[in-house]
Design a protein around this ligand. Structure first.
Ligand code: NBG
Length: 797
């Protein structure tokens, strides 16, 4: 194309027409939304190409340090809006489309929302990539190009059903296949020792093909990328597989994203996926580095490998393998490079999420890698014995390999120069409890970087109404310096601003209500309180507490007229996917939908109380939901939620939190003070102690709380006429006999927090003041701040 499409409205229209004709042989009036989307995407990609090339050239010349962020998940959301905005071409695209009679929003909404992640961890990685590009930090993502993302959720008869997320069905306009940069990844086979050197003979290879997706910085001409690896047939074909079997293996390797519960089923495939992208990523970084510097001696000076949770841990032994076997380094030299270039972030203390690979699984699949892990372990244990005079008992506890399993977190802590938690409380728990022995061994390795969210996506793009209020009051410096949002605190007594904030909330609630109506043909009133809990479905997140509380509210509304008089109408909104094999979580979805059917159908109370479960909650749905909440539910059992990031998104959009002292809620609480958040329930300390003491019996609570006792009975006594009375028996029994997340223990406190919120909301002006305080203090939760902390305290770029 000779003309630059985004020079003017005219050039845009001309280029658009030309491209449309070239690709699809249609003129604009006969084009479909799909065609318009693909053509617009192509023009935007062309527009960012020169910046992308320039950035790569600068980085090649500049020889600055780079960071490679390895993560099994990147929940990028739609990129078109981001790219158009960050390139600064929105006004031209908008004007051009309006002349052509098209709706830009409609076309933007056509983009598939790739579900390459489960939840917070994957979305965090995406926010971090955006911040890196926007702050001109040379950072790149590494992940798998899953053919199918996390399932698409359908609710049928109140139950979750999982459908394939076929996000690549029509191609992906942003990606660029880099055939020239493929890497072979070996699997299985045997290792021989020849002249004291290990020689690995894999039984076969898989070709890893990189697809690069650009990540465009905010108006700064800087473009980095997310590299997605796809598995294809290698020329070095495994001898013992038929073509058909081999094709099946490949499909599994980059076929599906695993949901975040780890069942034994499919463990080997998951491990192979982890090695697949770890190996390809490490090799390609090393090859690039060698081409640039002619040596790997200075790798640790120029490269940081960041390990996002333990899933990419295998980059540690893989880099060792590469240096030892392919490059001929001695162990100590190689180990020095590895241990000076790797950093690890821990995202959970939940035992079931801390990865442990049975030796019987890892050794046959990755024989050479397993050998290297064994040697690392051996040397580490020897060092504990000699240098620290550690007792055998402690050595057993800290060992990387013990009781027949490889503990990936231990490997990370031993090999990485930095280990960080994702919120102050979480890091404290790591240091004083979960990883205390390691902390005493390596106190200097431990850091905290509280998570952050990308304020460009979660405020500027998702909430233009609030953005306008902020720009009019405090100017727009906060777009580049989100910490400037604090200036907004000066408006806490400004009636005009508070009126505008309340109007903004109403607008955003109306927009969400329309979306919900489109999806579920269900009407909700934007004048009611929107009380929202959206996140993965997990017992520790306690959607069940929320559900039981709604049942209790309903009982009161039915029987207590005074209560009804005092109750401000509420709409409770849920959004959550449960892992397909997580039986209990799926039951909770069914319960929420059953409660919804019951209360929504009751004409006596449904002007006060409605319940909606939105289907297929994902990033683009979240963009509509986050700005629309009056109340944000962050009610995990204290100590269990490492940070949470939804809590920050709601806060930034003026939602007030009902929450436990958990994860980043603690820091939100510190910032806004007691009056501007509704904190309730047990503290992390209390949870830990009570768990240890084993003295908690939920029956004792039920026996003294008639309301709660009634709610529990209703789970099983035919109260829900649409289901069999056995439907929720398991929930009932779990609560009664094994309430390990203290749902019932926190029930009364939760109820009280809700009453307080209800009363507070009635004074709309005071509520608006609280919104101001929350918004003003949310700047520190920008991912720009988090990335700068990584840059300064961990990556040292
Ligand atoms: C999740 C935590 C959240 C946290 C995100 C991002 C995993 C393993 N962990 O609390 O549960 O906000 O990580 O750090 O998904």
């Amino acid at each position: 194309m000779t003309t630059r499409p985004f020079q003017s409205t005219e050039t845009f229209i001309a280029c658009f027409q030309e491209q449309l004709a070239k690709t699809y042989l249609v003129d604009p009036t006969h084009s479909s939304i799909r065609q318009r989307y693909n053509v617009l995407g192509t023009l935007v990609k062309e527009a960012l190409a020169s910046d992308w090339i320039k950035t790569n050239q600068q980085l090649a010349l500049g020889k600055q340090k780079e960071v490679y962020y390895f993560s099994m998940e990147f929940l990028m959301g739609r990129l078109i809006t981001n790219n158009i905005n960050n390139l600064g071409v929105r006004s031209i695209a908008e004007a051009g489309f309006s002349k052509l009679g098209f709706d830009l929003n409609e076309v933007e909404n056509y983009e598939p929302d790739p579900g390459l992640g489960n939840g917070g961890l994957g979305r965090l990685a995406a926010c971090y990539l955006d911040s890196m590009a926007s702050l001109k930090v040379a950072g790149f993502g590494n992940c798998i190009r899953y053919r199918y993302g996390l399932f698409r959720q359908v609710i049928k008869n109140g139950y979750q059903e999982e459908r394939p997320d076929n996000w690549l069905s029509d191609g992906y306009v942003w990606e660029i296949r880099k055939e020239e940069e493929c890497e072979d990844v070996p699997f299985f086979g045997s290792v021989e020792i020849i002249n004291g050197k290990a020689v690995y003979r894999p039984s076969g290879f898989v070709k890893a093909v990189p697809y690069d997706v650009p990540v465009v910085g905010d108006g700064n001409g800087f473009v980095t990328c997310l590299r997605l690896w796809s598995a294809e047939a290698s020329r070095k074909y495994p001898k013992n597989r038929t073509a058909m079997d081999y094709e099946m293996d490949l499909q599994k390797l980059s076929g599906f994203l695993y949901p975040d519960d780890t069942t034994l089923d499919g463990k080997q495939v998951r491990l192979m996926q982890q090695y697949f992208f770890s190996c390809a990523g490490v090799k390609s970084i090393c090859h690039k580095h060698k081409a640039k510097y002619n040596t790997l001696d200075n790798l640790a000076e120029k490269v940081v490998f960041h390990i996002n949770d333990t899933h990419p841990t295998l980059i540690i032994p893989e880099l060792m393998r590469f240096l030892l076997d392919d490059e001929g380094y001695e162990w100590d030299q190689a180990w020095a490079i590895v241990t000076h270039s790797m950093a690890y972030t821990n995202h959970t203390i939940l035992a079931e999420a801390l990865e442990k690979w049975p030796i019987g699984v890892i050794q046959p699949v990755l024989p050479r890698i397993y050998q290297i892990i064994e040697e690392i372990n051996q040397k580490f244990c020897d060092q504990l014995r000699k240098q620290y005079q550690a007792r055998e008992e402690l050595i057993q506890k800290l060992a990387i390999i013990a009781n027949g399993v490889v503990q990936m977190a231990h490997l990370c802590i031993v090999a990485c120069y930095s280990v960080n938690g994702v919120a102050k409380l979480h890091t404290e728990i790591l240091k004083t409890m979960e990883m205390n022995d390691f902390y005493r061994l390596y106190p200097d390795k431990f850091h905290n970087v509280t998570n952050g969210i990308n304020h460009r996506r979660w405020l500027i793009h998702s909430n233009p109404e609030l953005t306008a209020i902020l720009d009019d009051s405090i100017g727009d410096s906060w777009h580049k310096h989100p910490e400037d949002l604090i200036k907004f605190a000066a408006y806490a007594d400004d009636h005009r601003i508070i009126d505008r904030l309340l109007a903004m909330k109403k607008t955003r609630k109306t927009i969400l209500a329309e979306r919900i109506y489109q999806d579920r043909q269900f009407v909700i009133d934007p004048d009611a309180i929107f009380d929202i809990q959206v996140k993965r479905l997990h017992e520790y997140k306690r959607q069940l507490l929320n559900a039981l509380h709604i049942m209790d509210l309903y009982n009161h509304l039915k029987t207590d007229l005074d209560f009804r008089k005092n109750y401000f109408p509420h709409v409770f909104i849920f959004g959550a996917k449960a892992a397909g094999t997580y039986y209990f979580a799926k039951k909770i979805i069914k319960l929420i939908n059953t409660i919804a059917n019951k209360v929504n159908a009751d004409s006596e109370t449904n002007s006060f109380l409605k319940v909606v479960f939105v289907e297929n909650y994902n990033v683009s749905y979240a963009e509509k939901i986050m700005p629309a909440a009056d109340i944000s539910e962050q009610i995990s059992t204290a100590s269990k939620e490492a940070s949470g990031t939804g809590n920050m998104k709601f806060m930034m959009n003026g939602g007030l939190t009902i929450g436990t002292e958990d994860g980043a809620n603690v820091e939100i609480h510190e910032l806004v003070g007691d009056d501007n958040i509704f904190i309730f329930g047990m503290t992390a300390h209390e949870v830990t102690n009570l768990t240890k003491e084993k003295t908690y019996h939920s029956e004792d609570i039920i026996n003294t709380d008639d309301d709660l006792s009634l709610v529990l009975k209703q789970l099983v006594n035919g109260f829900f006429t649409e289901v069999d009375s056995l439907e929720f028996r398991d929930i009932y029994e779990k609560l009664l006999y094994d309430d390990c997340f203290f749902v019932l223990k926190d029930f009364a406190a939760y109820k009280h927090a809700h009453l307080l919120a209800n009363d507070t909301y009635k004074d709309r002006y005071r509520w608006g003041q609280r919104m101001v305080i929350n918004i003003a203090n949310s700047g520190v939760f920008s991912s720009d701040r988090a990335i700068m902390e990584y840059v300064n305290t961990i990556w040292h770029l």
